[in-house]
Write a protein that binds this ligand. Structure first.
Ligand SMILES: *Cc1c(COP(=O)(O)O)cnc(C)c1O
Length: 362
């Protein structure tokens, strides 16, 4: 596959090449089935095997405890911004939101439509360039839940340890852009959600891992498709699931297991991120934007001295086969998204390109 370039897109993002090759090989006819995954009933035995294997492999990969349900939903992480409060923010209670960037802001906006909310800590004062310390967080007593964004895709910051939420208050994490990038203590969460298109597969499927006791909060008056307990009771097959997305996600999880599981993946991500940050810190020419202890291993954000120079860098990098390095329109600058499937050779090539750019333009 010599014509694949280095894809630094924030999402939809690069997928593991062996996964794409398997999808391509089996696209016309799944082995033993004679039809493609897009053409079979979601209630057929072959699809049941696919969705069951995807769930079982997620449970193995992340050590998901038995008292958690694994759901494959639709509507992206953005629909979870609504479903979380609709299901979990019960009458008379308050939901705490930790404000660490644009996605957290969007999540809070939807929760406000549902019930009482509180910002329980924010790093807006420093332009969301860091994760708050525990001392900066003050939780509502008996909050319905605490919502966090484990990796801030746009700002390039990531939680390196979970916040200390009060006993008994469920932690809800939007893990869209760093799920399964390293070990995750599922039992410390009430609910974890992630749109697939960063670390898990194609867009169109959304992973939700929810502790079973929380399903009791879903009111019977909720719209059926927005009710977690309906999806849990029906094994994510209340209606037609995003079958192709579930299939590819299953292959990505199998690939992750083959990388040595989440420990193996974490070691790889630390090496990849370490190389890129080392270059960003080497001379002071590049200006990494996240504070050091809050840096994301998934989305590496940085700037140059002037916007003209940034434009030049992005233009030349794109021409040289490094795609998707332009920062999010809200924050500008550059962003290298280097999710699990991003190859280490692409980091080495980018670092070499950056060194040459600095030599010529520095
Ligand atoms: C991409 C992203 C979203 C939005 O996901 P959709 O699947 O497009 O709805 C939400 N939160 C985070 C942290 C993201 O990175």
């Amino acid at each position: 596959m010599t014509d694949r370039i280095y894809n630094f897109s924030a999402g939809p993002a690069v997928l593991p090449l062996p996964v794409l090759e398997e999808v391509q090989r089996d696209l016309i006819a799944l082995p033993g089935v004679g039809m493609s995954v897009m053409e079979i009933s979601h209630r057929s035995a072959p699809f049941e095997a696919i969705i069951n294997a995807a769930e079982a492999n997620i449970r193995t990969l992340a050590g998901v405890p038995d008292n958690y349900k694994v759901l494959f939903l639709q509507g992206g992480a953005t629909t979870q911004f609504s479903m979380v409060p609709m299901n979990l923010l019960t009458e008379g209670r308050t939901a705490d939101y930790i404000m660490t960037g644009s996605w957290a802001t969007k999540a809070l906006k939807e929760a406000k439509r549902v019930g009482a909310t509180r910002e329980t800590g924010s790093t807006a004062d420093t332009g969301y360039n860091r994760i708050p310390t525990d001392a900066e967080l003050s939780f509502t007593e008996d909050a319905a839940y605490v919502h966090m964004t484990s990796n801030n895709t746009i700002e390039g910051t990531e939680w390196h340890q979970l916040p200390q939420v009060p006993d008994g208050v469920p932690l809800v994490s939007d893990a869209s852009s760093d799920i399964f990038s390293g070990p995750i203590d599922v039992a410390k969460h009430g609910l974890i959600y992630a749109g697939a298109q960063k670390n898990l597969g194609p867009s169109g499927v959304t992973l939700v891992i929810i502790r079973e006791d929380l399903l009791a909060r879903s009111s019977k008056s909720l719209h059926t498709m927005l009710n977690y307990s309906v999806h849990a009771e029906n094994g994510s097959l209340y209606n037609t699931p995003p079958a192709f997305g579930v299939y590819v996600l299953g292959l990505v999880i199998k690939w992750a297991l083959a990388q040595g599981g989440l420990d193996g993946i974490a070691a790889l991500n630390e090496r990849k991120g370490g190389k890129l940050y080392a270059e960003l810190d080497r001379t002071g020419y590049w200006r990494p934007t996240a504070q050091k202890d809050s840096r994301s291993l998934m989305n590496v954000t940085f700037r140059l001295a002037t916007e003209d120079l940034e434009k030049k860098f992005i233009k030349e990098a794109t021409a040289a086969g490094f795609d998707g390095l332009k920062g999010h329109r809200d924050v500008g600058g550059m962003r290298a998204s280097i999710y699990n499937a991003f190859p280490e050779a692409g980091i080495d090539a980018l670092v070499a390109f950056m060194q040459e750019f600095e030599r010529v333009n520095g």
